[in-house]
Write a protein that binds this ligand. Structure first.
Ligand SMILES: Nc1ncnc2c1ncn2[C@@H]1O[C@H](COP(=O)(O)OP(=O)(O)OP(=O)(O)O)[C@@H](O)[C@H]1O
Ligand SMILES: [Mg+2]
Length: 603
């Protein structure tokens, strides 16, 4: 059993080799175990994050608005998912980025909603170019919300998708520990972005729906207010008719020296003021439009100048800026004057006792659909040439919230305001198929631009009828039909004063009977429209059947333009707007009876 030294050495070497192999196998085993443990921890951590993400999505889905959603999302992404700097950006129609909310390394939330800038981050550009879910760029220039470079670091950007479209990005980066974004974090970011994209699109659709619903409700509210104000105004007109008419008659019966005259003149002035308010209400309800005629805005503004100077304080400088030639506009001149007066009065009140400037301009412009859709009246107006009147002032101005409310009837911020001026402007503009643009800055001033479709060509504006002052005497019998006793009473006395005999009827049926009875002596019928039993329209048809050639004057609180179409088959001969005074009644009778050579002297 004698072994040689060599053999022994060989054995020792063999043993050493085996020990080394065992050691390396052991080290390998330890490494594998550690790797396994690390990967288990990683998987465990990832699973936990998935659970957190699930909870987050649930919580975020309850956010009221997209803004709330984004604000919560960046905070949660930092606190619960372990990202360092997080930001959410949306892509605008023009391909720019619009800020939302962000959170800094220190955990402070940044409101970046006002920010709009081009896409700068290479990772975001890559997501758009490759249409991939996420793109990670190691060691790149990082920007703050203004687009200013703030350092270098790792950045991952994931797209917010709405179906096939990228609506925005969520970006995470790490300025303090470059290279620390792991693949797992990138995966987590994709899942987070996918949930966020889904929630944002859903919330946006919901917000859009709420906005539309609110718009519909608002329109319905204004429509019913229109019906209400129209109705009140109509009844008011009847009452005013009685007040004005009786006061008018009383004045004529009193000798010039009677001290009661002044009181009565005040009654008349107050009633006229009330009639003016009624006119604003009728305009708002769209019931005030009379037959439009082609008018020249420039001369209309110039004609209104003398009226304007009375309204405006002496400290205010009025500047006119009227373009040379303007296309004509099919409109009702008295209503356009009403618009100018209402806007200029508001402008002057906005400047108050201070010094200031009101600029009144009239010009023409081409309007495209995009421009018209941004106006206050947005009834799908056609693109084309629009003539506008603009009233701008250097007064107190308004904030955005106030600008949204000013056209609502009865909205006012003034102590003695009625809140009807702009509501009337809106009604008139709507019935003329026009539009309104308002631009206002709190403390700086306001611009109202009222646009009307140019009518192209057209004739000279009709001259306003001169007030009828000459004496007029009538003869023969007039049938006065009205369901309001007070109106029959005052009307009868006015007609008698003119020399007519009067027979009355209190509704349509009664009118037909009276007509039949007095047909031989009747020279005219004055016919109300809204009456019980038989309306004015039906009555007129019946009267025409009995005797076709007796002139009929229709009277109403609504305007002629509103009333005419209702009589389509049976046109009438004259129109008398309530409330009327002795002189308007005279003028209408003259105009109606004169062409027939009937009744009257001094024609
Ligand atoms: N040029 C303006 N500058 C600032 N605020 C304005 C201007 N025009 C209108 N407003 C605001 O809009 C509100 C509504 O105006 P609107 O003309 O409808 O009613 P009003 O002037 O208050 O009363 P009124 O019925 O006597 O006209 C005003 O009370 C005011 O707050
Ligand atoms: Mg006003």
């Amino acid at each position: 059993m004698n072994r040689s030294v060599d053999e022994l050495l060989q054995e020792v070497n063999e043993l050493r080799r085996r020990i080394a192999a065992l050691r390396s196998a052991e080290a390998e085993r330890v490494r594998a175990v550690e790797a396994l443990r690390a990967s288990e921890e990683d998987a465990h951590d990832f699973n936990e994050k998935l659970t957190v993400l699930h909870e987050m999505t649930n919580r975020l889905s309850k956010a009221a608005t997209v803004d709330d959603l984004c604000c919560d999302a960046v905070v949660l992404a930092r606190e619960r998912l372990g990202f360092s700097r997080v930001g959410i950006w949306f892509v605008t129609e023009s391909g720019q980025l619009r800020g939302s909310f962000g959170v800094s390394e220190a955990g402070e939330v940044r409101d970046e909603r006002g920010v709009e800038r081009p896409v700068l981050a290479p990772a975001a550009k890559q997501v758009l170019a490759d249409r991939c879910r996420v793109h990670v760029t190691p060691d790149v220039v990082l920007y703050d919300h203004t687009g200013t470079p703030v350092g270098r670091g790792n950045q991952a950007v994931a797209g917010l998708w709405d179906g096939e479209k990228v609506i925005g990005f969520v970006s995470v980066d790490d300025m303090l520990k470059p290279g620390s974004l792991t693949n797992r974090q990138a995966e987590l970011l994709v899942l987070f972005a996918s949930a966020l994209g889904h929630l944002c699109s859903r919330k946006r659709a919901e917000e859009e729906r709420f906005k539309l619903e609110a718009q519909v409700q608002h329109t319905q509210k204004l429509e019913s207010l229109g019906v209400l104000t129209g109705g009140i105004a109509h009844d008011f007109n009847n009452l005013l008719m009685s007040v004005l008419g009786n006061a008018d008659l009383a004045l004529e019966e009193l000798p010039p020296a009677n001290p009661a005259r002044q009181r009565i003149e005040e009654v008349i002035a107050a009633a006229k003021h009330a009639a003016e308010l009624t006119r604003q209400m009728l305009a708002y309800s769209g019931k005030g439009a009379i037959i439009a005629q082609p008018i020249d805005f420039k001369s209309l503004v110039q004609e209104t100048l003398p009226l304007l100077s009375v309204t405006i304080s002496k400290k205010i400088n009025v500047v006119y800026n009227l373009s040379g030639t303007l296309p004509r506009v099919n409109a009702d001149p008295s209503q356009i004057r009403q618009i100018i007066m209402n806007l200029v009065t508001n402008a002057s009140e906005a400047i108050g006792d201070r010094e200031g400037v009101i600029t009144i301009s009239a010009d023409v412009m081409e309007c495209d659909q995009a421009y018209l859709s941004q106006t206050v009246v947005n009834d799908d107006l056609p693109a084309g040439q629009y003539v506008y009147i603009e009233v701008s002032d250097t007064g107190c101005g308004m904030d955005r919230r106030q600008s949204r409310q000013i056209f609502e009837p009865f909205y006012t911020t003034k102590f003695a305001g009625r809140g009807l001026g702009l509501a009337a402007v809106l009604g008139i503009v709507r019935s003329h198929k026009g539009a309104i643009k308002v631009y206002s800055e709190l403390g700086r001033g306001t611009v109202f631009r009222i646009l009307f479709p140019a009518s192209g060509g057209g004739t000279q504006a009709a001259q306003a009828r001169a007030p009828e002052r000459e004496t007029f005497r009538g003869s023969g019998t007039i049938l006065l039909v009205d369901d309001e006793a007070s109106i029959r009473d005052v009307g009868t006395r006015m007609l008698q004063r003119l020399g007519f005999s009067v027979v009355q009827a209190h509704d349509g049926r009664h009118a037909v009977d009276m007509f039949r009875e007095h047909a031989a002596s009747l020279v005219c019928v004055i016919l109300d429209i809204a009456m019980p039993r038989m309306s004015g329209e039906e009555t007129l048809v019946e009267l025409r059947k009995l005797k076709a050639d007796v002139p009929v004057i229709v009277t109403s609180g609504y305007s002629e333009g509103e009333v005419r179409p209702r009589f389509g088959e049976a046109p009438f001969d004259g129109f008398l707007q309530k409330p009327y005074t002795h002189s308007t009644l005279t003028a209408v009778l003259r105009a109606t009876l004169a062409p027939r050579g009937q009744a009257g002297t001094g024609l």
